[in-house]
Design a protein around this ligand. Sequence first.
Ligand code: ZN
Ligand code: ZN
Length: 346
Amino acid sequence: MKPVRLVTLLASLALGSAVAAEPFPGPAPRDADGRFLNRAGPIPQAGPSVTFPFFLRRFGTSVTGREGEPAWLGNDGAFLRENARHSVPTVTWIGHATLLVQMDHVTFLTDPIWSDSPSPIPFLGPERFVAPGMRIEDLPPIDFVLISHDHYDHLDIPTLTELAERHPEARFLVPLGNAELLRSEGIERVEELDWGASTSVGGVEAVSVPVQHWGRRGLFDSRERLWSGWVVRGAERRFYFGGDSGYSRDYRDVGAALGPFDLAALPIGAYEPEAMMRPWHLDPEQAVQAGRELGARRIVPIHYGTFDLSDEPLDEPPRRFRAAAEAAGFAAEDAPVLRVGETLRF
Ligand code: ZN
Ligand code: ZN
């Protein structure tokens, strides 16, 4: 289906309603060079006095190793394959930002990565601390795949090509400018969406929504491809995927326009050193705040403990997340720290 502007969609949904829909942010702004911008405008990157010692520390831990990886629970996929066309809504954490979601009779993946290292040069890339929670061959039939942005820990070409071969019907939804990365690898069923655009898959609608982040895969392609969060809305459930994102007003605006949500998957890791990470990655307390602003009934934390990406201890993000969620009044079952491979019904 051709992507439609969300304002059109909201206008049609609002027909018959006395309450006007909130104005929705989109399309994504660009600078004079045509590179994409966040809604907050240009945000400077940390300089070499911060980044150089950081990369030295990352090299050091790749030699010494680190402890505190998340608990792992193998998932053979049997229940999820059986459930694929049924209506028990589930979310399964495969690791990092990779989730398998089933709702409204569709099955989809977010930012799938089964590779050992998210890097163009795998033996130099960040180490994987914990195996994927399910074998790629055990997945149920996939209807679509959501990609948040072009960073290697979110857009993993070896995984995407294998998924396209194993699931020839699957559609790959990417933010504006990312389709060529997949098409050049022979993946044809790709659709690009700008912020505020949506497309229908089965009985649900997927909407690309703004988050504060950036993109780059090479030396000179910074912000040439857009980044986004995703909303998936069906008759029975509403799901929000935060991808990789720093704190901004985007959560409040998306919550007002498209919320509330039955479940929000939000990144909680890669927040240290703060001088480098703060604009781009939520810390656990900010993730809980974002969940509240989205109007999320449940929050599932992602983007921690899987790859060696940042300075904070591996097991710190989930501990701080649980404390912050409890302080914010979320019941334990509404802000669960999942084991890798664990399935939650929602
Ligand atoms: Zn990223
Ligand atoms: Zn990331």
